[in-house]
Design a protein around this ligand. Sequence first.
Ligand code: FPP
Ligand code: ZN
Length: 469
Amino acid sequence: MSVPLRPTPVDGFPTQTSHLQRETEELLSKHASGQATLNKNAHMQFLVRNLVQGFPARYTSQDASQPWLMFWTLQAFSVLQVGLDPGNRQRAIDTILTWQHPDGGFGGGPKQNAHLLPTYAAVSALAIAGRAGAGGGWDEIDRQKMYSFFMSLKQPDGSFLVSRNAEVDVRGIYCLIVTAILLDICTPELVEGTASFVASCQTYEGGFSSASQPYFAPGPDGQPILLSSPRPPLGEAHGGYTFCALASWVMLQPFVSRMPENKPSVNLKTLLRWCTNMQGVDIELGGFKGRTNKLVDGCYSWWVGGCFALLQTLGVSGPPHEPPAEGASQADDDSWDDVDDSLFNRKALQEYVLFAGQHPSGGLRDKPPKGADAYHTLYCLSGLSAAQHPMIPSPPRRDELLGAWSDEGVDDIRKALFIDSLCYAEEEGASKVVGGPSNRVNATHPIFNLTMTHAEGIMAHFYKQQIPP
Ligand code: FPP
Ligand code: ZN
């Protein structure tokens, strides 16, 4: 006998939000069962159509996001374990290079202004499709100019404008640090103060908002002095910003651990609670929402579902293991054994992606009855991957990488960034694939959202070279 799915309780004051929530639950409950098959072939055809025939006209509004369309498509292929043929691969490399700005960084299309977001997307796409050597894309990236472009955006509080004369937000910070680590241009000078800024974006809920408010105090000569703390977060905790802030925080750990004083801190306990609270209940099929009192959506499978591996990197694995209360039996104490599933229901998330996330004619989506699009196709698949393959920091992998590192001239920070970024491994025996082995997708790097092979390939190439002065 199946148990009916219970709607989220409402109070006596219905609002537009509570109506929408109820409607969504009704709709999702109709998708609560069916074939738990990942339609790999249909999704592949969706991706091939976009890449080879070109994106349909409705993507015109994304003219300034061309590197994103490329990254979403190429990385979705990688998660689906599909490689590109040499012709399409070269076409992708040549196209990506047309977006590089003559003064450094990449724009959203040819001759568009350089911006941190498309820069990340273009470099990540090159990590997938590119290679070393003339015409391969990697050596055509102007790292010197990239570094100058990054430094030109730096603010006194450690944050970065996303583009010249534009705004600051943690998405840009994530994009900048990933790019700098992949290309081996992440210097202490570049990220000085950035960890404090990132930490200041954590909200009272535990998740992160887009930015934080500069906070000034009067200085002795009447000039305002920018204080790094306290800085009120600007806006609401959101899954997209939370992933960017947390991943940035993880990448910045080698710098934070070397700070002699005033180390910034993040409240990992409230962050974990917030991430856990973003997972929908059974009637929402275990999908994730991006913010409190909003609707579940397939893309947060990655933006929030992906946060659990990052939290594990920081040593967070569950509620503090308190000693059993006096008189409590051993069985009470053992109830924490399965902490992982109690915090992140990996099975339920896979079911959301399989039942609600897949569009019947290929590609993945926010939720039914919406259409599929390139963005949701990647982030539903990446979230599915995060749910299938728990990734943990791996000491044996770290030793292996340290053993392989022979360049004596490399400084401590570069070594730490290279090794820390690559020392993840799948938790042995923990992968759980809902629907059977044919639904298995590739594991994806918890910070970069690239396969391990692609992340390691581009990093190994650049870490052998001189860092720009
Ligand atoms: C709200 O949309 C969305 C945001 C406020 C920002 C989302 C940010 C990301 C997804 C992260 C992007 C990451 C990078 C690296 C660029 P909404 O109001 O339509 O959705 P909601 O109701 O689910 O909040
Ligand atoms: Zn979405």
